[in-house]
Design a protein around this ligand. Structure first.
Ligand code: PMP
Length: 391
C-alpha cells in the first residue's frame, strides 16, 4: 500500500492557490493553431541598442555584483527619468532601489512596511500577485471592487469604507492590469485625501505608466503630500519589452527605501549586472522605441475594442496598458466557461476575469500585445463563438 507523502510545506504557503492564468497556458500549449491573447507581455523583442549595451558590458568584464541598491549610474538615470517624465524627485543615493522586476519591488515593499496582521487594501480586479504577496508578507489583504459602472476606477469613498485601525497600506495600479483603466489626476487627488486622513502608505504600481494612449499620465507620487508616503513601483518589462531581463525598481521615502534595501541585500544581493547595463541604455536612448511600440499598441487597442463592441460585447475603452476587459455576461457563461469553450472550439486563449478577483467574474482579459494579423484572426474566431452563444 502506498503511504501518503508527508508535506513539509508551511501551512500559509500550502493555502495559496496557484495562479489561475497558468492552467489556461498549460491547456493552450497542448493544442495546435492557438492564438494567445492570454499573456501579459509585449510581443516585441527588446530594442537592439539595449541588447548591444548589455552584451558590451559583458565584453568589458562587468560580470560582478553591483552595489546592493543597483548601479549608482542607473539609479541616477531612473531618478532623472522620473523627474523628467512624471515630476517626482528622488535622491538616487537612498531613495531608489533596483530590483529583480517590479515583482520583487512589490514583495520587498510589502515586507518592509507590514507587521503581522496589518491590513492592506487591494483594488480588484487586480494583478494576480498582490493578494498572495500581501499574505506572504504576513499582512491581511482587504479587497475593494473597481466596477465597470465607474470605468473600473476605484472611488475614494469605497476605499474609506474598508479602512480599519489595522489598515496600513493601499495598493493601486494605474494603468491597470487587467482592466487597462487609468486614474486621472482629479481621481487620484480624491484618493490622496483619504490616504492622508487615515495615514496610509501607498504602493503605487506604475509599471504601465509609459503605455497610456489618451491623456497625460499622472504619477500618484506627484500628488501633493503623497511622495512622502508613496512607494512608486516600476520597471523595464512592459514599456521597453524587457520581461525576461527581470529588472524593475522602487522609489520612495528614504526610511522605507532603506528598509527595502536591507531586505534586498540579505535576500537577493543585487539585480543582475548585465541587465542593469541594458536598462541604463534603455533609459538614455530608448524613448523613440517606446513611442513606436506605443503607437502600435494604440492602433491595436482601437481595433480590438471596436471588434468586441461590434460582436455585441460591452467593452469600455481602456486608457493604458495592453489589455481590454470586455463583459461576457450576455453569453450566459461564467468567465471560466467562456475561456475554456473559446479555447476548445476556436483555439483562442484569453484569461477568465475571475482569476483577478471576484469582481472580475463576468469578464475576460484579452491582451492585444500581439500582431494585427493575429488579432484580426482572433477577433473573427471570437465573433463566431459569441454569435453562437448569443442568439
Ligand atoms: N505589476 C503589474 C501590474 C504587472 O502586470 C506585472 C507583470 N505582468 C508586474 C507588476 C511584474 O512585472 P515585472 O516583469 O517587472 O516583474
Amino acid at each position: 500500500m502506498k503511504t501518503q507523502e508527508k508535506s513539509y510545506v508551511a501551512h500559509h504557503v500550502d493555502q495559496l492557490k496557484p495562479s489561475g492564468i497558468r492552467r489556461f497556458f498549460d491547456l493552450a500549449s497542448q493544442m495546435e493553431d492557438v492564438i494567445s491573447l492570454g499573456v501579459g507581455e509585449p510581443d516585441f523583442v527588446t530594442p537592439w541598442n539595449v541588447i548591444e549595451a548589455s552584451y558590451h558590458s559583458l565584453e568589458q568584464g562587468y560580470t560582478s555584483y553591483t552595489a546592493n541598491a543597483g548601479l549608482l549610474e542607473l539609479r541616477q538615470e531612473i531618478s532623472k527619468f522620473l523627474k523628467g517624465q512624471y515630476s517626482v524627485e528622488y535622491n538616487p543615493e537612498n531613495q531608489v532601489l533596483v530590483t529583480v522586476g517590479a515583482s520583487q519591488a512589490i514583495d520587498v515593499a510589502l515586507r518592509a512596511i507590514l507587521d503581522s496582521g496589518d491590513e492592506v487594501i487591494v483594488v480588484e480586479p487586480s494583478f494576480v500577485s498582490y493578494v498572495p504577496t500581501v499574505r506572504l508578507a504576513g499582512g491581511v489583504p482587504v479587497t475593494v471592487d473597481a466596477t465597470q459602472e465607474y470605468a473600473f476606477k476605484i472611488q475614494a469613498e469605497q476605499i474609506e469604507e474598508v479602512i480599519t485601525p489595522k489598515t496600513k497600506a493601499l495598493m493601486i495600479c494605474s494603468p491597470n492590469n487587467p482592466t487597462g483603466a487609468v486614474l486621472s489626476k482629479q481621481e487620484m487627488e480624491k484618493i490622496a485625501k483619504v490616504v492622508e486622513k487615515h495615514d496610509l502608505v501607498v504602493i503605487s504600481d506604475e509599471i504601465y505608466a509609459d503605455l497610456t494612449y489618451d491623456e497625460t499620465y499622472t504619477s500618484f507620487a506627484s500628488i501633493t503630500g503623497m511622495s512622502e508616503r508613496t512607494i512608486l513601483i516600476s520597471g523595464f518589462s512592459k514599456a521597453f519589452a524587457m520581461t525576461g531581463w527581470r529588472l524593475g525598481y522602487a522609489a520612495g521615502p528614504k526610511s522605507i527605501l532603506e528598509a527595502m534595501t536591507k531586505i534586498h541585500q540579505y535576500t537577493i544581493m543585487c539585480a543582475p549586472t548585465m541587465a542593469q547595463h541594458g536598462a541604463l541604455e534603455a533609459l538614455r536612448n530608448g524613448k523613440n522605441n517606446v513611442l513606436e511600440m506605443k503607437t502600435s499598441y494604440r492602433q491595436r487597442r482601437n481595433f480590438v475594442v471596436k471588434s468586441l463592441q461590434d460582436m455585441g460585447l460591452s467593452c469600455h475603452l481602456p486608457g493604458g496598458a495592453f489589455y481590454v476587459f470586455p463583459s461576457i455576461t450576455s453569453t450566459g457563461l461564467s468567465s471560466e466557461e467562456f475561456a475554456e469553450e473559446l479555447l476548445q472550439s476556436q483555439q483562442v486563449a484569453v484569461v477568465p476575469g475571475g482569476v483577478f478577483g471576484d469582481s472580475g467574474e463576468g469578464y475576460i482579459r484579452c491582451s492585444y500585445a500581439t500582431s494585427m494579423k493575429q488579432l484580426d484572426k482572433a477577433m473573427k474566431r471570437m465573433r463566431r463563438f459569441v454569435e453562437q452563444k448569443v442568439k
